[in-house]
Design a protein around this ligand. Structure first.
Ligand code: FAD
Length: 523
């Protein structure tokens, strides 16, 4: 049975740091005899690569890595495990930007999704016939490539992540959020249709109308129900330029009040382009976190000095970050007036408005500049004990007191901290993704890196979660990572039974994405 297999697989999934020997014999001989075996690699170079991720906190060596050239290869692999009396775990690896081994498969097979990539954007097909604009995109595609391909048609997706070197399949398995989510919903709310290879090895086309249960399961489904090989992504006409502002606050409640007001302007998505900002985020900064912050390339050196002085004086300050898109087609732009009227009545420090004007591509690809800087300093491939939380609006002031001014203030290492609200009505409850049960909730991203003290930062993360628990803050982890079944059940709340039912339906042998450790824990 499903539970038997799940329990059996625990013994095969152990996440440890250190060397492990690949065990080719864990794979069924039938698989090794197939043509597909030519696309499997067992050498340490391939298996070592598949045993690490961006988090750099955990390792799990697979028995083999599949380099598929088609969706059919993926279906054949999954079917061979599903139909075997010795099923083996399988994980799609997108760009490996998980934190806690979510794309690993100990003693199983990791599918290197990038190997599907057709040359010259062959797996990104844009349909630019009005009124419905969309792109059919391979699950392995990076969002940066989707951006470039769609811009060639004057179009672009509506909802983004901050960083674009992530795969479509990887972000759709979580949610995909950034400063556009308050207005357009997360990326999972902007998908018309998908091709999915289920845990039985079946290829299924799904949408809100067709095989809808699989569609809703897979979006935000943590890779548990199938492998996305194609997604049809909604597009809109792309703007040319972006007016990009950071406004400074020393008072958290004024900062959140203004954020909530600004996202309410677009709550119904109506009203045209002048009716609100197109992007809204926010961050918490202390003196230390301004240095080596991959998100700080926005500021000039002079700005840096002034902000540092203010941060040192107040110990913690807050940036509200907003953008207005615009284009030069059809005469002069009204962006200056639009921005001025949106800023009226806000409570930021009036002499601390920092403004930039950049191309749309530079704006969307902004984090890449920070990445290049950190790479040059050898600070990119280090451990990343990140913690991402969704906090209900009603408790965000308590969170500020307990975490930003509590746990984090007591410890010097703050790192980049993102805080911004989203509208829950832009999320679809039938999808697997989980949010707090309030109309408005905040995302808080604690994006710290550590060369040598990552255990300490993990301890602090645990302290933050305990604080929320003790204070009765109903927070949800985004990009979740839990140790026990009880924690997973609590995370999914009312969705848990649905999640388990869908698992039994679409991946009854519990083969897929074992690194999430939902069904591979003892049950
Ligand atoms: P992987 O780590 O390779 O995989 C993630 C999970 O999805 C695994 O369980 C894997 O098995 C599964 N999976 C992968 N491909 C598929 C597929 N095709 N079909 C089904 N399952 C699949 N997230 C945001 O929402 N917003 C952000 O702004 C943001 N910024 C980030 C910045 C950085 C620098 C990093 C490292 C991460 C960021 N993330 C952000 C998190 C990111 O969205 C997730 O880590 C995502 O899973 C990474 O995508 P990936 O392609 O690397 O996935």
């Amino acid at each position: 049975s499903f539970f038997f297999v799940a329990t059996y697989m625990i013994s095969r999934f152990i996440s440890t740091i250190g060397e492990q020997k690949p065990r080719t014999t864990m794979l069924p001989p039938d698989l090794l005899a197939m043509d597909l075996a030519k696309k499997l690699r067992f050498d340490p170079h391939a298996t070592n690569l598949a045993s690490t991720d961006f988090g750099n906190l955990t390792r799990a060596l697979p028995a083999a890595v599949l380099y598929p050239s088609s969706q059919n290869d993926i279906a054949t692999l999954i079917h061979s495990s599903y139909s075997s009396h010795l099923p083996f775990p399988i994980a799609a690896k997108g760009h490996g930007h998980s934190i806690h081994g979510q794309a690993m498969a100990y003693n199983g097979v990791v599918i290197e999704m990038g190997s599907l990539d057709g040359k010259d954007g062959a797996r990104i097909n844009v349909s630019s016939i009005p009124p419905l604009f969309f792109a059919d995109v391979g699950g392995e595609q990076l969002w940066i490539d989707v951006l470039h391909a769609t811009l060639r048609h004057g179009l672009a997706p509506l909802s983004w992540t901050d960083y674009l070197y992530l795969t479509v399949g990887g972000t759709l398995s979580n949610a995909g959020i950034s400063g556009q989510a308050f207005r357009h919903g997360p990326q999972i709310s902007n998908v018309y249709e998908m091709d999915v290879v289920t845990g039985k090895g079946e290829v299924v086309k799904c949408s809100r109308q067709l095989n809808s249960e699989l569609y809703y399961a897979v979006l935000g489904g943590l890779g548990q129900f199938g492998i996305i090989t194609r997604a049809r992504i909604a597009l809109e006409p792309a703007p040319q330029r972006v007016r990009w502002l950071r406004l400074l606050y020393v008072d958290f409640s004024a900062f959140t009040k203004d954020q909530e007001y600004l996202i309410s302007l677009n709550a119904d998505g109506e009203g045209g382009p002048t009716n609100g900002f197109d992007y809204l985020e926010g961050s918490v900064v202390n003196d230390e976190s301004l240095i080596n912050n991959w998100r700080s390339s926005f500021f000039s050196k002079g700005d840096h000095r002034r902000i540092s002085a203010l941060a040192a004086h107040h110990s913690i300050i807050y940036f509200l970050e907003v953008s207005k898109y615009y284009s030069h087609f059809g005469g002069p732009t009204t962006v200056d007036q639009d921005v001025d009227s949106l800023l009226k009545g806000l409570s930021f420090l009036p002499d601390r408005v920092f403004s930039n004007d950049v191309s749309y591509t530079d704006f969307l690809n902004r984090v890449h500049q920070g990445e290049l800087k950190l790479r040059a300093q050898g600070l990119w491939d280090v451990p990343h004990p990140w913690l991402n939380l969704f906090i209900p609006k009603s408790r965000i002031l308590d969170f500020d007191r307990g975490v930003f001014r509590g746990v984090l203030k007591r410890n010097a290492t703050m790192g980049p901290v993102l805080v911004y609200p989203m509208n829950q009505d832009k999320w679809e409850n039938t999808m697997s993704a989980v949010t707090p049960d309030e109309e408005v909730f905040y995302t808080v991203g604690l994006l710290r890196s550590a060369a040598d003290n990552w255990e300490l930062l993990e301890d602090q993360n645990r302290e933050i979660l305990s604080f929320c628990e003790e204070a009765g803050i109903e927070c949800k982890q985004y990009l979740p990572h839990y140790e026990t079944k009880a924690q997973w059940k609590k995370h999914f709340g009312q969705k848990w039974n649905m999640f388990v039912d869908r698992k039994q339906k679409f991946d009854p042998k519990g083969l897929l994405s074992p690194g999430q450790r939902i069904f591979t824990l003892s049950m």
